[in-house]
Design a protein around this ligand. Structure first.
Ligand code: DGY
Length: 322
């Protein structure tokens, strides 16, 4: 006989955090990291008060109707486009995400992609590995400067602002940004950031970094029409979410030389990629690793666990979305 709440952990996690959860809950986990179908996920959710999710498991009205015991869904990601938050609120289920703990790590990756795309790092490595480097030549693999150039950041939340600090303080860049709501004057001044409308920003930047969460309103925010406004020497980086960029239009723009290069960590329909992107030499591709350093991934897992523990033992979530 036990009276601990029951929790499901949907994917493999660091074992020490599974142990932490076991101190408070009856835990069913997926340490084998099996690819459960939605039906299997729902089946395993039966009788569970809490679920640890990674950002991939869709929680919507249909699932909630089949899981009447569920009280909290704790995402280890800051993004929560896998949650239908209004449906969760209607069902009285708390949603939590993992803000703050991955800001700097994700900003680092954004900057890495920016530099790799602008300076053609992947293309240069492929050239070298293929044995094409027989002689040096003056214009060989020349790219575009980062230091002292103009960066445009679309999505000026925590991660956007962390990229802004790197750009202005480390690389002496001119910074323009676009956001749903304008930053307050003090934050703008401390970041040396100038607010622009999207089209004006697109026309003026050397490097565009997108840190926009997915929502139907942000679907294909950057498509053929927007890419056509950009400089042919410009680079585009997307570390926000797939679907914010029209990947087919981007591949076309990269092939046509409408823009010079791109660095992408997120994709429409990932983990599948638009094959046209794979065919482009001038794009650096990473498999959604923005937050992937061990300390950061541990902090993300810990925050999701702490949300489950706090809510199911005291009734208060640490980082609630509803
Ligand atoms: C997030 O936290 O939303 C990231 O995309 C996952 O790495």
């Amino acid at each position: 006989m036990h009276n601990k709440p029951a929790v499901l952990v949907s994917r493999a996690i660091f074992p020490e955090y599974l142990e932490l959860l076991r101190q408070h809950f009856e835990v069913v986990s997926n340490q084998a990291d099996e690819a459960w179908t939605r039906a299997q996920f729902i089946e395993r959710l039966q009788g569970k008060q809490g679920v640890f999710t990674t950002g991939s498991e869709r929680i919507d009205a249909d699932l909630l109707a089949q899981c009447p015991d569920l009280q909290i869904c704790a995402n280890m990601a800051v993004g929560y486009d896998n949650f239908d938050v209004p449906a969760m609120s209607a069902a009285g289920v708390v949603a939590t995400n993992a803000p703050g703990v991955l800001t700097e790590t994700t900003a680092d990756l954004g900057f890495a992609l920016l530099m790799a795309a602008a300076r053609r790092v992947s293309e240069a490595e492929a050239y070298l590995r293929a044995g094409h480097w027989q002689r040096w030549s003056y214009a060989m693999l020349s790219g575009h400067d980062v230091y002292g150039s103009t960066i445009g950041i679309v999505g000026m939340g925590r991660i956007g602002q962390a990229i802004a600090r790197r750009a202005v303080r480390g690389f002496d860049m001119r910074l323009v940004y676009h956001n749903r709501s304008r930053l307050d004057a003090a934050t703008e001044a401390s970041l040396q950031a100038t607010y622009l409308g999207l089209d004006e920003l697109l026309a003026s930047v050397d490097h565009l970094v997108l840190v926009v969460p997915y929502s139907p309103a942000a679907h294909h925010l950057i498509g053929a029409q927007q890419l056509a406004i950009m400089k042919p020497s410009a680079t585009l980086v997307n570390i926000g979410r797939g679907g914010v960029v029209d990947d087919a239009a981007l591949a076309q723009a990269l092939q046509a030389g409408t823009i010079a290069a791109a660095g992408l960590d997120v994709f429409e329909g990932e983990p599948r990629l638009n094959p046209a992107l794979l065919a482009c030499k001038n794009v650096v591709l990473t498999p959604h690793i923005g937050s992937a350093s061990e300390p950061t991934r541990k902090a993300m897992v810990k925050l999701a666990c702490d949300n489950l523990i706090s809510y199911l033992t005291t009734g208060r979530a640490l980082t609630p979305l509803n």
